[in-house]
Design a protein around this ligand. Structure first.
Ligand SMILES: Cc1cc2nc3c(=O)[nH]c(=O)nc-3n(C[C@H](O)[C@H](O)[C@H](O)COP(=O)(O)OP(=O)(O)OC[C@H]3O[C@@H](n4cnc5c(N)ncnc54)[C@H](O)[C@@H]3O)c2cc1C
Ligand code: SF4
Length: 521
């Protein structure tokens, strides 16, 4: 059995940054990833190809996106070598000042100042570029900003996409020729089903690619299910990590040894694993584990039009953003043509204190515009005739993950729980839809159950001064154990109010920059 200096569990943003930076410092590194390797031609053409789009192993679906529903929240997350970067919408906004000043981590450092250089590195590594092409959905957002006298708060997004000549393959444009060959974006809008044009800067095209060149090993389709601290059990003598096949019916088990372990399985991966390990092999993990789960206070509202001449699918997945106020951002999000899966769960968005008033208000809406809603149910190409409005807020609403009988369950640890019905989000969706000659619609879980959905689940292993108020310290090391770190979305300690991948990358860059180079033996 090989002994590695570091084993990293998960290959998303936190895991990939860690892999490259540790290899550069001379350490031997193994990355274990539950999902599959996806290459350009492996991605599905549309999101109707559920086998390649959705991760649901019990159905034989080994795709790049996982949907998980709990009693308080529906969560979208990524799976595969490159984690959420395979399915994400490439958008890399930097949070406002309030992000660094709320939550338990705020008192540990002047984060805005300390992280500033790491945000720059993160942007450069992820190839952040300004979207050069505003399309129909973006221009409607621009009009919305104008209507609200907020024109100066509308802007194109910075995204991790290569904007060379469409489909023309060129030498690596980002890393002085050390990276892979790339092709220019075609603005097909399909980023969230995986880029089939080699234009999206997913992590396998930057951090992981460069890490592999330095000798980092990546094992895919293996899920870590146990981590044991060797010898006296405080981590000083390293760890034994057990994994099993995640895609085969007959599960092959494998053990690995490492001096250090980094948990980078994303919030759901980490909480599933760490809450279980706290009850078994790692009892000294902080009691704060699973608390301060943040949802970015999000609302995902579709604006659906019955005008078949419209094509809202062209452009990059998120082409523009509007700063609605100090704490609030709105983005327009699109899928590529024929990707109409979400039409299956659409209902009108309505406000109401309980399920009966919401159903009553919904019937009223159908009653007022029956023909319109009938037409919306049968639109020709849902992706061309709809756009998703992604509303995000810095305001801290929190949940808690706990171990349930069969799987994790959610609860409320303190403060307000996230709600699907955010009046400001509904006001903006109504205004946008008027300009779009469309109707706002939401997932039926929102209208019927008041259950919000998020693609940006964060926290659960937040920073603190001690294990009394956090799971990790300001360097991302775990309280209670030596040689153990948590580097990914679960370490994010307050709501960024914007898409979080740039922040996860920057915070991991910061943590890695503090580690020493490997001593020569
Ligand atoms: C549809 C969609 C669109 C999005 N768009 C954006 C966007 O535009 N901008 C943005 O900033 N963010 C976006 N996000 C969010 C972004 O993808 C996540 O915030 C980000 O990927 C989280 O990074 P991470 O490092 O926490 O882990 P992840 O990227 O979630 O990676 C964790 C990896 O660990 C693996 N894993 C988990 N448990 C185990 C285990 N036990 N053993 C082995 N492997 C394991 C998982 O399979 C996964 O690949 C989007 C998300 C979705 C779903
Ligand atoms: S718009 Fe199309 S080509 Fe451009 S990055 Fe997204 S999926 Fe790739």
């Amino acid at each position: 059995m090989n002994q590695y200096d570091y084993i990293i569990i998960g290959s998303g943003f936190g895991g990939s940054v860690s892999a490259l930076r540790l290899a550069e410092k001379g350490y031997s590194v193994l990355v274990i990833e539950k999902g599959k390797w996806y290459h350009q031609n492996d991605f599905p053409k549309t999101n109707w190809n559920l086998k390649k789009w959705i991760w649901l192993p019990s159905f034989g679906f080994y795709g790049i996106m996982k949907m998980t529903f709990y009693s308080h929240i529906g969560i979208l997350s990524g799976t595969g070598v490159g984690g959420g970067s395979l399915v994400y919408a490439n958008t890399l906004p930097k949070p406002k000042a309030s992000f660094y000043k709320s939550g338990n981590w705020a008192k540990l450092a002047n984060w805005e100042e300390e992280l500033a250089p790491h945000y720059e590195t993160a942007k450069q590594m992820l190839g952040a570029s300004l979207n050069p092409n505003l399309e129909t959905g973006d221009n409607i957002l621009k009009d919305l900003a104008k209507t609200r006298n907020q024109s100066e708060f509308f802007k194109p997004t910075e995204v991790s996409v290569f904007f060379g000549e469409p489909e023309e393959e060129v030498e690596d444009p980002f890393f002085n020729g050390k990276g892979p060959r790339r092709s220019g974006c075609t603005f097909c809008g399909a980023c969230m089903t995986g880029c089939r044009h080699n234009a999206k800067n997913s992590l396998d095209k930057n951090y992981l690619y460069l890490a592999q060149k330095l000798g980092v090993e990546i094992i895919s389709q293996q899920e870590v299910y146990n981590v044991v601290a060797n010898g006296i059990g405080d981590g000083s003598q390293g760890y034994t990590i057990s994994a099993k096949s995640s895609t085969k019916f007959i599960k092959k088990h494998q053990e690995y040894k490492a001096k250090n372990v980094i948990f980078a399985g994303g919030v759901l991966g980490n909480m599933n694993l760490l809450l279980k390990l706290k009850e078994k092999s790692l009892p000294k993990l902080s009691n704060q584990l699973g608390k301060y789960i943040l949802t970015n206070n999000e609302a995902l509202i579709f604006s659906v039009s019955d005008d078949a001449s419209k094509d809202l699918s062209k452009g990059i997945a998120i082409g523009s953003i509007m700063d609605v106020d100090e704490n609030t951002h709105l983005e327009v999000v699109r899928y590529g043509e024929n990707s109409g899966f979400w039409r299956l769960g659409m209902l009108p968005n309505v406000i109401g204190n309980n399920i009966f008033s919401r159903i009553g208000n919904m019937i009223l809406k159908y009653f007022k515009s029956p023909i319109k809603y009938l037409k919306l149910a049968f639109v020709k190409d849902f992706a061309k005739q709809s756009i998703v409005l992604l509303f995000m807020q810095q305001i801290d609403t929190t949940l808690q993950f706990k171990r349930g009988w069969f799987r994790l369950k959610t609860g409320i640890s303190h403060g307000k729980k996230p709600s699907a019905q955010i009046p400001l989000a509904y006001e903006l969706a109504d205004q946008y839809s008027k300009l779009n000659n469309a109707k706002p619609m939401v997932l039926l879980t929102e209208t019927l159950l008041n259950m919000p959905s998020t693609a940006h689940i964060l926290g659960g292993a937040v920073m603190g001064a001690s294990s009394d108020d956090g799971v990790i310290d300001k360097t991302s090391h775990v309280f209670g154990y030596k040689n153990m770190m948590i580097c990914d979305g679960s370490a994010i300690s307050s709501n960024p109010g914007v898409n979080p991948s740039l922040s996860i990358t920057a915070i991991t860059e910061h943590a890695m920059s503090l580690l020493p180079f490997k001593e020569k033996s």
